[in-house]
Ligand binder design. Sequence first.
Ligand code: DON
Length: 563
Amino acid sequence: MNIRAAVCALCLATGALPGSAKEPVRAQHGMVVAQEPLAADVGLAVLKNGGNAIDAAVAVGFALAVTHPSAGNIGGGGFLLVRLANGQTAFFDFREEAPAKATRDMYIGPDGKATEDSIYGWRSSGVPGSVAGFDLAAKKFGSRPWRQLLEPAIQLARDGFPVSKTLAESLQEEKHLATDPESKRIFLHNGSYFHPGDTLKQPELAATLERIARDRSNGFYEGETARRLAEAMKAHGGLITENDLKNYRVKERAPLTGTYEGYDILTAPPPSAGGVGLLQIVGILAGTHYQTDGPDSPKAVHWEAEAMRRFYADRSEYLGDPDYYNVPLKMLLDPGYLARRRASIDPDHATPSDLVEPGLPKAMAAHIDIRESTETTHFNVVDQQGNAVAVTYTLNNSYGNGITVPGLGFLLNDEMDDFSAQPGVPNMFGMVGGDANAIEPGKRPLSSMTPTIVTKDGKLVMAVGAPGGSRITTGVTEVMLNVLDFHLNAQDAVDLPRFHNQWKPDYLNLQRGFNPQSAKILEQMGYRIQPTGGVARVELIVDNNGTLEGGTESRLNGKAAGY
Ligand code: DON
């Protein structure tokens, strides 16, 4: 029984939730949804000046590297998914790569145990991909001069911008920034901290962005930037060399495609596990009528959580960089296989994770707490022509490894932690893995990032994605289903408290504010409930027959900017 639906069946039908105060932002021509308002406005200005969605996305990407330093970056990597109004699609994989000197056991200490070097210190960084990714996307699909896309970011870095309350708090909380002298100087005001309204200027970052504006990605991967980065790496025992930087290439991959209830889904292929997860979950749900009692009913949550559990078991075994590991994509998305997974779900009881194995038998156990306060960022752009872009990019941890390259002004990622350092040993998100995601030089670590675009009959329905570590896949899938199956408007779809099950550890995480009556029933069904502050931070644009609706996390400082 669904209490919420019983209370407000009409609300569900109309897409309004009881108590939901925030209407989605609506626009007719174009929209940018991002996690930081200044960067969203940069993208909106590009659209208003006639730039297309790809131009705007690149400008937002560089602007976030200045205004949202916890996750916006040029020292990290990510994925950019494009769908043009004419139906053409592209996926740019600019994920970080293990340096040539990386080795499988580089994070195993003398005692045979995994160390924390994949998270802290200079050896935690993969070769950054963001600048190359934006460069190639702009070259292929952009319409504006490259420099124009960099100019707003350069200005924000050079002249500074007012520190928001959100940024001031985030910088104060991030203790590891204080352990790196350059990060402390730039981001912590030398230890006296930034307060809301203070101006944050980043002249070194402005100079680096200037070189990129002048020489495109060569301004990052060669010349002064590359030399200084490699020198700093060498001085501190890091692995990235000038050659690693010079050899970095964006990989253009075919987006992963699937269908669900008449919708066409475009999503992230490996080395993301996210797209496989999203398609497995909806593939298992198909035909179950899981949605009859409403989105937060025990029935819906049970079916979704069991589908999630089965996906995460497969993730631990079968997913990795497809250029290094033969990912059995066909098997993982085969309708017959998904039907068998569906048939293994007991409609009335949770299945203990110890009884769920990756498609082929293998037992692994990990009972750990998952860290909550880490960051990535996602933004969507839709332009007047109906071209859509979904970008998720990251430094992995909040502010990456906390190290700012001296003289260059940007933070480094700690993406190497997304590899499986040792079979069965969980990473910071509790993810376990084995050979498929073991470290090899040049390999890209397995990701959960799930930029996704949905269409129907050739028309855009939504662009969606999120940060949130291992919870990205489930958060994005839930919000997508909130629109497709539960017909919530974009803002309600994002605001409805979410849930998450990742197989190991065997918990059902329920976001603060989750329907308490449903929680009680789910517990009786055998779920080990664990409350959580949030399940990913989802950003959404829905195209509702020509009207764009933006949904952005009310809990955060995001902005849907439209015109
Ligand atoms: O690629 C991944 O899956 C992770 N590096 C994402 C990290 C993340 O989302 C952290 N924060 N919220």
